[in-house]
Design a protein. Sequence first.
Length: 287
Amino acid sequence: MPNKSTPSEKHSRLFMHLDILGFTQLLKTPKVVEKIFRIIDNSNAHDDAHYRVILFSDTVLIYNRLSCLSKKSKQVELMYLIEFGQDIMRRLACENIFFRGLITEGEFTVVDNLKHHKAYYGHALVETHSDEKSISGVGVFVNKKLRPYMTVFKRREFSEKYDFIYTAQNIMRLEPFEETDGNKICDTFYPIAPEILLCDGSHIRIYPEIRLLISIYKNTFHADPQVRAKYLNTLRMYELILPNLVRIIQSNKFNFKMICEIDWREAENEYKQKRKYFHTLNHGFVL
């Protein structure tokens, strides 16, 4: 539950500033832009009463309605906020559309007692808008000041101010690493033993995340050097903890059996069915 707030801190909130990449190019195909808006409209961010979503052009703001949270509450709410970014990433990646989302906590005031509209302002909003331009990467990034509240998702320093968040959680089990310093616990040699994936059906969950990494890798060949750099930097973040997997994905002869010699058709069909269902944009879709 939120603590009682003082006048100077009552408008401090957790929020994510999300920028859809390549939006100018996407505007040339209005149907694609409308699809993006429907994707975000059906994300799980709308299922949590503690959060509100603002969508304007290529910018999405997801903010917590509560202010001055206790440490325990902040840990939970930060986890949910990252999960919202994870959900939107999975949905958009199916269309090879990516974003850069910055999560922070700070001054974010909502004026909701106006006659005709709501208003939003605050130093933290201006700060994240400025910071977003300096992050050459894709995915979810969390301000380092929130490190004490990170309890679930793995992170890695990306810049002086932000950590990169590994939203592709399931593939982490392929090459486990030590959280404290990033050193490998053990080396993973591919193809891995089938029972590792089949014992709990984890190949179903891993498949879409590998597809995500493949999409990131393919975008490292983008014609625009600045765009290319964003995907190269993101792939390098995954390469730091999944070096062997990334090396396989970069192979000219890549196929899923190089990861594990199982029948991947079940996972592929599950992925296609969920993607097909996703295209109906029914609320509650989870990839």
